[in-house]
Design a binder for this molecule. Structure first.
Ligand code: NI
Ligand code: MN
Length: 228
């Protein structure tokens, strides 16, 4: 069984058997986060979709404490290696089997830079396969037609985690269209309400998706979703 835990914003913890993977651990400075960076004792990997502070977040601290491998694009991986983290560099379109499962990096239309404006390569989304389940985390992105291809190549996606907050990423209507293109079994909204610029009603996403016959569900920070 695969368990997804939502830690707020775009941070998800995915557990399967003895394996634990964290995506985009933005906890410090996130009032909606229900866990603290020091609450992680064991972690196999941290996947980082891009360098913005609300995604790379507490990666350094958590990675150094747990020894987790930081998986991201070449530029972010190098940035973290230089800060005494164990990293594995990949890039857009590449996939790799790890002990915990398979990681494939997908395109995302957005930016990526470090806290001091460092160039950190391309932003990405990720298709994570663990325990035979496929989870698509879109990262920060606008809507793009190739989501159709991501859904098709990785069919069937079990869950799509989609930003809905607008302003910096897709808003609700575009996220519903994304869900339509991806054809995942279930769609969970993320990247909303953390900042004043991204206030959005996740239930509106669910209602609009349902009206098109698309399953969607709100998972609140601290809640978990089991995929059997
Ligand atoms: Ni961003
Ligand atoms: Mn963001």
């Amino acid at each position: 069984m695969v368990t997804l835990r939502y830690h707020g914003h775009s941070c998800w913890q995915i557990d399967e058997g003895d394996y634990q993977v964290l995506i985009d651990p933005f906890l410090t400075g996130n009032d909606l986060a229900t866990v603290s960076p020091d609450s992680f004792d064991k972690l196999d990997a941290i996947i980082i979709t891009h360098g913005h502070g609300d995604h790379i977040g507490d990666t350094e601290v958590i990675a150094r404490k747990t020894g987790a491998t930081c998986i991201s694009v070449f530029e972010v991986a190098n940035y973290l290696t230089a800060r005494n983290c164990t990293s594995h560099a990949m890039h857009v379109g590449g996939s790799k089997d790890f002990d915990f499962g398979r990681v494939k990096l997908t395109i995302a239309h957005h930016g990526s830079s470090g806290p001091n404006g460092e160039y950190l390569g391309s932003p990405v989304g990720v298709v994570l396969t663990m325990g035979g389940k496929k989870i698509y985390h879109a990262g920060d992105t606008g809507l793009f037609m190739d989501m159709k291809l991501i859904g098709e190549i990785n069919a069937p996606l079990d869950v799509a985690l989609l930003p809905i907050g607008d302003n910096f990423t897709m808003g609700i209507d575009d996220a519903v269209k994304a869900a339509e293109l991806l054809e995942a079994w279930n769609n969970i909204p993320m990247h909303y309400d953390t900042f004043p610029q991204i206030q959005a009603d996740p239930n509106e996403f669910v209602v609009k998706a349902s009206a098109k016959g698309i399953k969607a569900e709100v998972i609140s920070p601290g809640q978990l979703l089991k995929i059997c």
